[in-house]
Design a binder for this molecule. Structure first.
Ligand code: COA
Length: 174
């Protein structure tokens, strides 16, 4: 499919309804997230406030103004301190698959991660999520681990893959 025209920019608070709507549309329909209950807007706002300049959230916007995808950098294992690595998440609007949104967002976010001085970016992907595996492999991420049977969703057991992209070392993370 042809890449859709879109612009990428930093997320704003008034994007959170659309960001959350896209995320929640996968909660019930897909094992791509282990979550089984929709995220509230209040929790999404808290999440957004935790995304400082060093942990950006980007959105993809169509010329019509519709938010068609988002991606974020988060601390990798937030209870630990691994300041040189960040975790990437990416979600494109259902019905807009395979039109270049995920790729554009992850490419922009990885350049942001390099600019911010991180050494690598990790994607945590359900082991049933072949689309995401292809997306990250396509962008140079390599498999760095497979943890099996971590969660049950709709009666099926799923694990996760870790995929990692090494970035050129720049400065200390901001
Ligand atoms: C994974 C996801 C972000 C891909 O977004 P997308 O906008 O459809 O991706 P793109 O159109 O940019 O596709 C980029 C690459 O991903 C892979 N891909 C995407 N959809 C695919 C599919 N249905 N089957 C196989 N590969 C697929 C391909 O390698 C594709 O490159 P190509 O089209 O040049 O072959 C989207 O399916 C999604 O939001 N899934 C739910 C959330 C999720 O799984 N996130 C990843 C973990 S955080």
């Amino acid at each position: 499919m042809e890449a859709r025209p879109m612009s990428i920019r930093a997320a704003r608070e008034d994007d959170l309804v659309a960001i959350n709507e896209i995320f929640n549309s996968y909660v019930d329909s897909s094992p791509c997230t282990s979550r089984t209950d929709p995220m509230s807007l209040e929790d999404r706002l808290t999440w957004f406030h935790g995304h400082t300049k060093a942990l950006p959230v980007l959105v993809a916007i169509e010329p019509s103004g519709l938010l068609v995808g988002w991606a974020s950098l988060s601390l990798f294992r937030s209870q630990q301190t691994y300041p040189l690595v960040v975790e990437v998440s990416v979600y494109s609007r259902p019905g807009y698959a395979r039109s270049g949104i995920g790729k554009r967002l992850v490419v922009c976010l990885c350049s942001e991660a390099a600019r911010l001085g991180y050494r690598s970016v990790i994607a945590v992907i359900s082991d049933a999520n072949q689309c995401a595996v292809s997306l990250f492999q396509h962008l140079g991420f390599v498999q760095a681990g497979h943890l099996r049977e971590l969660y049950l969703k709709h009666g099926v057991l799923y694990g996760i893959y870790y995929y990692q992209l090494s970035l050129s070392p720049l400065n200390e993370p901001a």
